[in-house]
Design a protein around this ligand. Structure first.
Ligand code: ASP
Ligand code: MG
Length: 251
């Protein structure tokens, strides 16, 4: 199996989402694939802001509106590219997730704080929606799919927000599940399961870690961390304005 992980910037809009689906379809033609996805760009930051604002008694509805906007634009773009997409099902799922976040916000407002298990649930909505959208896109493209639910298979310790994965215990669960060779697997990044099966987070930017532990648990032949840059620069182009792209980074 090859584990392919795509981060938020690779899933930022419909065009990039479609590109990830193309890569998944092409790779699946050659070997078994598991896709690990992050939330679309900015979504997790908005969710963090929403929890903070609500805990402080501020109105976080504009933040929730932004999140809804990101997924609504994504949905419209995917539907335009693939008219057979079940837009209604995805819209219902989006509404259900965001309605639940809104109800949890009422609780946070009353408490004046957000319990860690509630925070883990809210912050992981972006990854869960990424998987729902990619699942529908790949279904329309005719792929046989299954979802790896981290709450059931990735055994963790270390609390709800910065948990570590117990790879040996998780390997046992994967072996018991037994993965099929004919389907493409999808797994939300950033999350695992507590001993009660609740959602826990693997720390900010934890999706690379998710992909690595999945690869270890299934003895994958490789784990590819995809990112949407042109190649290797001589230094960080976000910090150094005249950074340049290396022609041959291995020399
Ligand atoms: N979406 C999560 C974050 O922004 C995890 C990740 O993207 O790796 O921290
Ligand atoms: Mg990242």
């Amino acid at each position: 199996m090859r584990v392919l992980k795509f981060g938020g910037s690779s899933l930022a809009d419909a065009e990039r989402f479609l590109r990830v689906a193309d890569i998944a379809v092409n790779t699946h033609g050659q070997s078994q694939v598991a896709l690990v996805l992050s939330a679309p760009a900015k979504v997790t930051n908005h969710l963090v802001a929403l929890v903070e604002q609500t805990s402080r008694g501020m109105d976080a509805s504009p933040t929730l509106f932004e999140i809804n906007g990101i997924f609504s634009r994504l949905l419209a773009g995917l539907k335009a590219a693939y008219p057979a997409l079940d837009e209604k099902a995805l819209q219902t799922r989006l509404t259900k997730e965001l309605d639940q976040v809104e109800r949890l916000m009422q609780g946070i407002r009353l408490l004046g704080q957000c319990p860690d298990n509630v925070q883990a649930h809210i912050l992981s909505r972006g990854e869960n929606l990424s998987i729902a959208f990619m699942h529908e896109l790949l279904r329309v493209r005719g792929l046989e799919l299954d979802v790896i639910v981290p709450e059931q298979l990735l055994v963790t310790d270390g609390g709800h927000l910065e948990a570590h994965v117990d790879i040996e215990a998780s390997r046992v669960r994967f072996a018991a599940k037994g993965l099929r060779s004919d389907c493409l697997y999808l797994m939300p990044g950033f999350t695992g399961g507590s001993d009660k099966g609740e959602t826990v987070l693997l720390g900010r930017n934890g999706s690379d870690y998710s992909a690595a532990v999945l690869a270890a648990c299934v003895d994958a032949e490789c784990c590819e961390i995809w990112t949407d840059v042109e190649g290797c620069y001589n230094c960080d182009p976000r910090l150094v304005p005249d950074a340049y792209l290396l022609k041959n980074p291995l020399l």
